[in-house]
Design a protein around this ligand. Structure first.
Ligand code: CA
Length: 236
């Protein structure tokens, strides 16, 4: 059955354009115009598979909607793609504070939106599936079972923490990981350790990966992203 996408956007023209295109792509779109209506729908008996959430809504903001979803165990895993304006602080949106899965900056192409939606759905489908034992990206090979990494068939010795950091980036590949998210996920803490710790460890990891270090992309002021094909930056 086609995935249901809830579109939360008060600009009716834009909402209809998105809905029209999503339907054409085989999704089941549903439009609401307020944050309250969105929360009601998502907490209802048949929650959507993904939420396209605008930041600027007439009642409560998109960030507040997202924050509330993340606080509730029933809706914590609902994928959220945020629609942001150029001036919005992206690190807050995708970061620990709000916790959106990804974002698209207005004005965006419908094609980009659809690509992002498909990418998120692929990832969230995969969360219940067993993790593959090994993965290869060009010259980089990872063995999750054995905690081993090779670059150009030469084994790279990583510390447990470095492996965890790399594994987290790889598992969330294509998606921006803020320093706060990495701290929370890799170090299992937030606040106590400064975000500079993340930078230090990413630097060390990159040094060890040598020619494969380009897989880890820096998003200045935001965080890091693992790219399955380094050098090819998707539109963002
Ligand atoms: Ca709006």
């Amino acid at each position: 059955m086609a995935e249901q996408i809830l579109i939360v956007e008060d600009e009716a023209d834009l909402a209809q354009t998105i809905a029209f295109n999503l339907e054409k792509e085989g999704f089941r779109p549903l439009v609401v115009g307020t944050g309250t209506a969105a929360l009601e729908r998502i907490r209802g008996p048949k929650p959507p598979d993904l939420v396209v959430l605008d930041l600027m809504l007439p009642d409560i903001s998109g960030t507040e909607v997202c924050r509330q979803l993340r606080q509730d165990s029933g809706t914590r895993r609902t994928p959220v793609l945020m629609l942001t304006a150029k001036t919005d602080p992206i690190d807050r949106v995708v970061g620990f504070e709000v916790g959106a899965d990804d974002y698209v900056t207005k004005p965006f192409s419908v094609r980009e939106l659809v690509l992002r939606i498909r990418a998120i759905l692929r990832r969230t489908e995969g969360t219940s599936a067993p993790e593959p034992e090994s993965l290869r990206f060009g010259i980089l090979r990872l063995d999750f079972e054995g905690h081993r990494v090779w670059v150009e068939d030469e084994e790279v010795v990583l510390t447990a923490l470095e492996f965890r950091l790399l594994k987290t980036l790889v598992q969330r590949r294509g998606r921006v990981q803020t320093r706060e998210v990495l701290l929370n996920h890799v170090w299992e803490m937030s606040g106590d350790v400064t975000t500079r710790t993340v930078d230090t460890h990413v630097r060390r990891l990159r040094k060890k990966l040598g020619p494969a270090s380009s897989y880890i992309e820096t998003l200045r002021g935001v965080g890091y992203r693992f790219q399955s094909e380094p050098g090819i930056t998707d539109a963002s």
